[in-house]
Ligand binder design. Sequence first.
Ligand code: CMC
Length: 392
Amino acid sequence: AGVFTYDPGFTSTASCDSTITYIDGEAGVLLHRGYPIGQLAKESHYLEVCYLLLYGELPSAAQLEEFETLVTRHTMIHEQMHNFFRGFRRDAHPMATMVGVVGAMSAFYHDSTDINDEHQREVASIRLIAKMPTIAAMAYKYSIGQPFVYPRNDLDYASNFLRMCFSVPAEEYEVNPILARAMDRIFTLHADHEQNASTSTVRLASSSGANPFACIAAGIACLWGPAHGGANQACLEMLREIGTPDRIPEFIERAKDKNDPFRLMGFGHRVYKNFDPRAKVMKESADEVLELLGIENNPTLQVAKELERVALEDPYFAEKKLYPNVDFYSGIILDAMGFPTSMFTPIFALARTVGWVSQWKEQLADPQLKIGRPRQLYLGAAQRDYVDIEQR
Ligand code: CMC
């Protein structure tokens, strides 16, 4: 017995205190360490935002240089890990590969798994942030049957990732600075989002004292679901299925029909009830990138814009306060860059790694840390006696 607060889905439970990210869902505000996401996405860049999330303040020029050098020096993965990738089927979803490989990092980097050692915690953080693009790119290369591309330390974080995905030995990939900037912005827009499902998963896993690589692998697994990070893949697939603007009403009706499990992917959010500030920047970015690439008449973008317009005028979406979220326009940019839909969620995972790691570090520094252990409302059978199989 005992009296508990019943809060399925944790709609009104604060599971921790935090100084990292602030969201005001009614006002559409998202701040990292106090700085608005719009300013960070447009004026800063991903590794600077990583520093901010991890250490609480924007870096000086010298601190940033030191941090970037540190991350760059850790981008290679242990050569033995190549065999680990090769154990997967070629047609494995890259998210499946990433859950496995990141979990296995605890076997390759056991010199940074002692959570009670501050130095080891720091090394694990840097390793995760530095190696995630390499791991995501390798998962992709493996899935298309191409050789792995090693990281190159003279390139910035986003350019390096693009090159590891698109370069082949026969032809060196020339990184387009416009695409690299857009990639970096996508990373920044996904960097952290307070206690969402995957971050809460990381914190819950970590509360038992599990090692950082195991905790982040748990976060990746949770992110994969279509209600969370998997929505970017599901959204682009939906936009393609709609195909032409004339089919939009049919899909809007399906989304409103309670007997149909279909939902508008990339729409709705637990916290944002007015707009998702990340979606605003993402939409601008999609317009910019497609225009610069000379493909502004991209049919998927046309369908997305028209779908957004029609949905926002529909009383169902207005009443339920459903607006496009971060996943609505990101896929259009990633598609224009040449990524297959199966890589969309791995890209979300690599960008969110800094958020997971920052929250993990914050949690471990909390002297009040307790194992996460929710209770339940038991609705099952009352106590009864075991019945022998012949008597059932
Ligand atoms: N299309 C149609 N109806 C919707 C949608 C949608 N996308 N989202 C919510 N609703 C309806 C839902 O049916 C419910 O109606 P009713 O009150 O009549 O039962 C009402 O709106 C509230 O929805 P909920 O599922 O109770 O709200 P939630 O806060 O539990 O879920 C959500 C939030 C994001 C899971 C949900 O809006 C959803 O499934 N959206 C589509 C998937 C998606 O785009 N996810 C990405 C989220 S943002 C980035 C990330 O986390 O990765």
